[in-house]
Write a protein that binds this ligand. Sequence first.
Ligand SMILES: Cc1cc2nc3c(=O)[nH]c(=O)nc-3n(C[C@H](O)[C@H](O)[C@H](O)COP(=O)(O)OP(=O)(O)OC[C@H]3O[C@@H](n4cnc5c(N)ncnc54)[C@H](O)[C@@H]3O)c2cc1C
Length: 556
Amino acid sequence: MSPAEKNDVRGKGLGGSSAMNVLLWTRPQREDFDGRPTSVSAIEALGNPGWNWEKFYHYSKKSEGLARSPINSSCSSRRYRFYSSMPESSSAYKELSQPEAVGLEGSYSSYNPRSRMTMVDSVGPLSVSFCRTDSGTEFPFQKLSGETSGTFKSASSIDATTGNRSYAATAYLRPALSRPNLKVVTGALVTKIITSKHAESVTAQGVEFYHGDAVYRVYAEKEVILCASGIKSPQILELSGIGNSDILIPLGIPVQVHLPSVGENIQEHICFTAHHPELRDDPGILTGEMLMKDQGLREKLRESCHGYEGLLALATTGLSFLPFHTFSERATFLTKEQKRKVAENVNTYPPGLREQYDEQIRLMENPNVPNLEIILYPFIVPGHNIVEKPRVWLLPVLSHPFSRGTIHITSSDPKIQPANDPRYFEEDVDFDILFDGVKFTRKVAETEPFTNLTTREVQPGPDITTDEQLRDTCGGCSMLPQDKGGVVDTNLKARERHPICDQVYGTENVRVVDLSVLPLMVAVHTQAIVYGIAEQAADIIKAEYNLTSSLPGASV
Ligand SMILES: Cc1cc2nc3c(=O)[nH]c(=O)nc-3n(C[C@H](O)[C@H](O)[C@H](O)COP(=O)(O)OP(=O)(O)OC[C@H]3O[C@@H](n4cnc5c(N)ncnc54)[C@H](O)[C@@H]3O)c2cc1C
């Protein structure tokens, strides 16, 4: 796929993509973060002290509030449970609601309000049947305590009291709107960070932005915090002259900091999008097609959802995370091959990639760490034709891609999108893992009890085979040591240390706080990761300026 062909779907309003994502609330496998010598990986081990599982777990719990009791029971019809929470007696709920495993409403009362989650039950029977198959694989329910592998119902970022989406704007921004030191400007496009340069030191003065046709400037007393996403933060840095001079100079952008890692190390979850089993008549499962086609059903649901005025929607909840050996007979062979290839090509890699690959190989070898996710959607996304009979959608997703892409500007015009070249499958092993994942997904879908609910595999037919990204883009402003391909340090500052005298000579006061700082992709969905990063960043910033969170609603 060429950079020009790639369609980057992302949220552009307040709350960004958290305002339009598919509501899954997931936490990563412990090893994805943890660099302790007794475990096998990953983000801390890459040279980021203080960014480990324990910290992430603490901050992630701080950001969340799982509804404790069944709520909104009025929002369910007799046959289909809709926005209804999982009964407290359910074993899955019990594991989730252990105070040490999850942030519960009230457990961090001083940080109220925050992200709210609840359990919904839209594809319940299918997701459970998916794990109890005759294929010899049986998985436990997942806990949100760092053990991701298994099949489980995911919590959803839905505020159970209203039945509406809980996202960054409702969780963090709205409660803080009355602060005297906050002004929100919507419909604005940031064009660059305004900087001044003295000797080797670059200081951010403020930010320039378009609003309508006018250009405005706002000035910062302390620092500029960039949180424009994995795709747009690298673009804004480059437009500001912070990036690779080989890219900036030909575009006429004065180089403020030559930082060649900006926009490199891009990683995206890649998925196979064409597996659609058709459901039997009356399976007791609500799907998107049913809702779209059946006016009577919509009205019935509306009646049962007393007082609810929003759009009817379905949440995705059925997830499986599978360690390599559980879905691929070639797991040992492919891991060895990848090890051999990495050793053979080590001299061709950019700084730091060898270390990242070593961590990824350790994750592949670890029997507890997932290497594939299978998502069960109760609908088919736009782009696929509306179909006669209801279908569900099974999506195998590559958890830890080896391929690395780039995101770079091609123009000094901020309105021109940066070129996103994901380089999917540049590393053969990515294709091999996903291929085995597709085969495994198909096998499970053809096995009882999954087949008790479905009639036939409609796709993949001969006509469709597609691979796409799952809209989790990380790495473009990687938090890593500078000589290992880093853009920000562990304080999330975009600065570069002189390799000999250890003096800061990059930017003094530009910080990046979004998914772009994650140097290595995690297996799970990334909204909770971004909240965890943001909570940790808030404490780093407060500590730097000796601040306490005395303002109402202050968390991040
Ligand atoms: C379709 C989709 C489905 C997803 N599903 C899930 C899911 O179910 N569960 C999950 O955990 N994760 C999911 N994700 C991922 C998750 O939503 C993202 O990881 C998360 O929102 C990323 O946060 P962020 O702050 O890095 O960027 P964003 O959420 O993208 O926020 C960036 C913000 O910056 C603004 N911005 C960018 N450039 C500029 C500019 N020049 N000027 C002004 N403002 C600018 C954007 O408008 C946006 O508001 C999904 C993502 C997508 C796109």
